[in-house]
Design a protein around this ligand. Structure first.
Ligand code: XUL
Length: 474
C-alpha cells in the first residue's frame, strides 16, 4: 500500500509518498511559498504587515501550492499507485468561509459551475472566503481577547482545553475577528483550521477537525473530546454552529478523494484521513506516539513534544496538551524564534552554514556565554524583551562565540520550559536545523540525553502518510 502525506507548513507545502509495506519513503516533492509563489508577496509564508504582532497569510496561496505540489508529484511518481491520503497543517491558523464555500466544494465533485473565479483550486475558491487573510500561529495581536477569556474562565480554560488562553490560538483570533468585522463574521458560515481546510478540499466536503489540532484552539474540551459549548458561545456569537465536527483518534474515515484530483493521476474515491496539526503529525512521523521518547523539531518554530502517560498541564502557563492522533494525549512547548531567528543571526554574523552548524562549535568549545534571540514576539517565555539578550558583551564577541551562545540560549530556554513534561533519556531531533552537529551536541549536553536524528527531515508529512495508512487499516 502507498499513502500520500501532505504537509502545509509556514513556509512550504510538501507531498510525501510512503510505501507502507516496505516501510520507506519513496518520493518527496515540495513547493516553497516565497520562492515558487512570488505573486503572493509572502517571502516567509506570511504577508508583510506594519504591525509586527500581526501575521496573516492568503489562503489562496495554500490552494495554489496544493495544485502545484500535486502536479510536481505526478511528474515524478506514478500517482495512480496511491491508496489513501492524509496530512497536516501549521497549527492554530483559521480559515473563515462564506456562502461560496459549499458550491465551490461541489465543483470539485463535478457539480454544476455556479461560482467561477478562474482555473485551478485558487480560481474555484476565489469567492469562498468571508475573510481574505488567515491569521497564522505567528500572530500575537489578540492580547485583549486573551485577557477577556482569562477574566471569564481563569484557570478552568487550562483544565478544560489543555492550555490557558493564548494569543495565537484560534479562539482568541476568532473573537477578535468577530469584534473587528461583525459583517465578515456574520457572513462566515464555516470556520476551518489550515489542516481541516485542506482536508476538506481534497475530500470535496467539510472535513472534521482532529483532536491533535483541535486542542490548539482554546475551544475543545479534552475531557469530552468535543467543543466546549460554554467557551465557544462566549468566544464569538454563533460560533458553535460554524465549527466542523470533531474526529476521534483512531477511527475509520468516511472521507473520499474528490474527482477533481483525477487530473493529477490520483484515483478518485480513495480514503482521505482527517488532517492533524504539524506537531501531532511529527509525533507520529518520528515514531514517538507511544510515551517514553521526546522530540525536538527545529523548524520555523522550534517545538518540544512527547506522548503523555496521563493528562497533566503546564503550571508555568506556556505549554500545551493536545490530542495524540494515535490515541491519548501529547504535551508541547512552542518557541517562536526558531529557524528564522537562527537565519537572522547567521546573516548578522556573516557566516556560511558549515561554520554555523559545526565550525563555530569547534572554535568556541569552552565559551559558556548565553544569548537569547527574540526577534519575533516570543511565545515561551511570553512577552520576552525584543532583540538579543546576552549575558556577555555581545558586540565585542567573535563570530563563533555569537553562534554558540545563541544556540546554547535557545536550548537552555527549551530545557527550562519543558521540565514540567518530564525528563527523557532519549531525544529525537527532526526538522531542517537537526542537520547541525553543533545543535545536536548542545541538545545532548543541556538535556543530558542521548540524541537521535532521523533519516528523513519531513516527519510531519510522514506522520500524515502513516495516519492515512492506519485509517485504512481500521
Ligand atoms: C505550535 C505552533 C507552531 C506551529 C508551526 O503550537 O504554534 O509549532 O504549529 O507550524
Amino acid at each position: 500500500m502507498h499513502t500520500l502525506g501532505i504537509d502545509s507548513s509556514t513556509q512550504s507545502m510538501k507531498a510525501l509518498v510512503w510505501d507502507a509495506g516496505a516501510k520507506r519513503v519513496v518520493k518527496t516533492v515540495s513547493v516553497n511559498f516565497g520562492r515558487d509563489l512570488p505573486e503572493f508577496n509572502s517571502p516567509d509564508g506570511f504577508l508583510p504587515n506594519a504591525d509586527p504582532l500581526v501575521r496573516r497569510a492568503n489562503p489562496l496561496m495554500w490552494l495554489k501550492a496544493l495544485d502545484m505540489v500535486l502536479e510536481k508529484l505526478q511528474k515524478e511518481f506514478d500517482t495512480s499507485k496511491i491508496d489513501a491520503v492524509g496530512g497536516d497543517g501549521q497549527q492554530h491558523g483559521s480559515v473563515c468561509l462564506g456562502a461560496g464555500w459549499t458550491p465551490a466544494l461541489g465543483m470539485l465533485n463535478g457539480e454544476s459551475r455556479t461560482v467561477n473565479g478562474g482555473s485551478g483550486l485558487a480560481g474555484t475558491f476565489k469567492y469562498a472566503f468571508s475573510r481574505k487573510e488567515s491569521p497564522i500561529w505567528m500572530d500575537s495581536s489578540t492580547s485583549k481577547e486573551v485577557a477577556e477569556l482569562d477574566a471569564k474562565f481563569g484557570d478552568s480554560m487550562r483544565r478544560r482545553t489543555g492550555s490557558p488562553a493564548i494569543e495565537r490560538f484560534t479562539g482568541p483570533q476568532l473573537m477578535k475577528f468577530a469584534k473587528d468585522d461583525p459583517v465578515g463574521w456574520a457572513d462566515t458560515s464555516r470556520v476551518h483550521l489550515v489542516s481541516s481546510f485542506l482536508c476538506s478540499i481534497l475530500a470535496g466536503q467539510d472535513a472534521p477537525v482532529d483532536t491533535g489540532d483541535g486542542a490548539g484552539m482554546n475551544l475543545l474540551n479534552l475531557e469530552t473530546l468535543d467543543w466546549d459549548s460554554e467557551i465557544c458561545a462566549f468566544t464569538a456569537p454563533g460560533l458553535p454552529g460554524k465549527l466542523p465536527s470533531v474526529a476521534r483518534p483512531g477511527g475509520r474515515t468516511s472521507l473520499k478523494l474528490a474527482p477533481y484530483f483525477a487530473k493529477y493521476g490520483l484515483r478518485p474515491g480513495i480514503p482521505v484521513a482527517p488532517f492533524t496539526g504539524d506537531n501531532p503529525a511529527s509525533l507520529v512521523g518520528t515514531g514517538a506516539d507511544a510515551p517514553g521518547v521526546a522530540v525536538i523539531s527545529l523548524g520555523t518554530s522550534d517545538t518540544f513534544f512527547a506522548a503523555m502517560k496521563e493528562f497533566r498541564t503546564d503550571p508555568g502557563g506556556c505549554g500545551h496538551v493536545f490530542g495524540n492522533p494515535s490515541g491519548g494525549f501529547m504535551s508541547l512547548a512552542c518557541f517562536k524564534n526558531g529557524s528564522l531567528a537562527r537565519e537572522k543571526v547567521r546573516a548578522m554574523v556573516g557566516c556560511d552554514y558549515a561554520f554555523f552548524d559545526e565550525g563555530a562549535f569547534d572554535e568556541a568549545k569552552a565559551f559558556k556565554g548565553r544569548a537569547f534571540p527574540y526577534f519575533e514576539e516570543e511565545i515561551t517565555p511570553k512577552h520576552a524583551p525584543s532583540g538579543i539578550e546576552a549575558d556577555f558583551a555581545w558586540t565585542d564577541a567573535g563570530a563563533a562565540e555569537k553562534v554558540v551562545s545563541v544556540i546554547r540560549g535557545q536550548v537552555l530556554n527549551m530545557y527550562e520550559r519543558t521540565r514540567w513534561i518530564g525528563s527523557f533519556d532519549t531525544i529525537r531531533v527532526t526538522g531542517g536545523a537537526s542537520r547541525s552537529r553543533g545543535i545536536r551536541e548542545t541538545v545532548a549536553d543541556v538535556f543530558g540525553a542521548k540524541v537521535e536524528t532521523l533519516d528523513i527531515p519531513d516527519s510531519a508529512a510522514l506522520g500524515g502518510a502513516k495516519l492515512a495508512a492506519s485509517c485504512c487499516a481500521v
